[in-house]
Design a protein. Sequence first.
Length: 242
Amino acid sequence: MKTTKIEWTDKTWNPITGCSKKSTGCQHCYAEVMARRLKAMGQAKYANGFQITLHERCLSEPTGWKGSHNIFVCSMSDLFHEDVPFEFIDKVFDIINRTPQHRYQVLTKRAERMAEYFATRNIPQNVWLGVTVEAKSSRFRIDYLRTLDAAVKFLSCEPLVEDLGELDLDGIDWIIVGGESGPQARPMKEDWVLHIQRQVENQKSIFFFKQWGTWGADGVKRNKHANGKLLKGEIVQEMPQL
């Protein structure tokens, strides 16, 4: 059963909460806003607000989920944050190894640390590894991802804040693109999205357009639901087929 509004996954699993800003895409972080809101509501898990917090008691959650799911790991954090010990990441991957019926989607802005971690460890076959590439300055993360032997390697170009220029997608399976949401959201231009889509098609990867966000394809600011997710009149949301 789908329990998250994130279009490209079914469930979220947060054995870690909290983070710190890493690059321009972090400027208006949705997770930070949500964590502060949950703290104000008195939710014990978010008593520390958006400070990095490890939740041992949440580690076993996926073992009780019936069926087979796409699970986004650490939607409220970054698994490879500098303040998360490799020993705790080992515990996360122990659960992943024990639940092969699920597919785990790990997305990071800390590609260097992810590569360091997997330099001495195997990547489980039920893990999809991704990096955020929201601007030209973060394209270097693709090179770290490319070296890793994951079943699916993906990019999240969200929030897309500028044209990414030319991309080398060799070894990259799946590209997600989306605009920024919220009152301070930066606009995303249709040309930027189409430029990525053309490159994805030419390089035989697959493309998932998530949403426009606060700014529509017409450059008008409005509710993100009103702007929707149509790209040139179509929903383009391809998923990896294993």
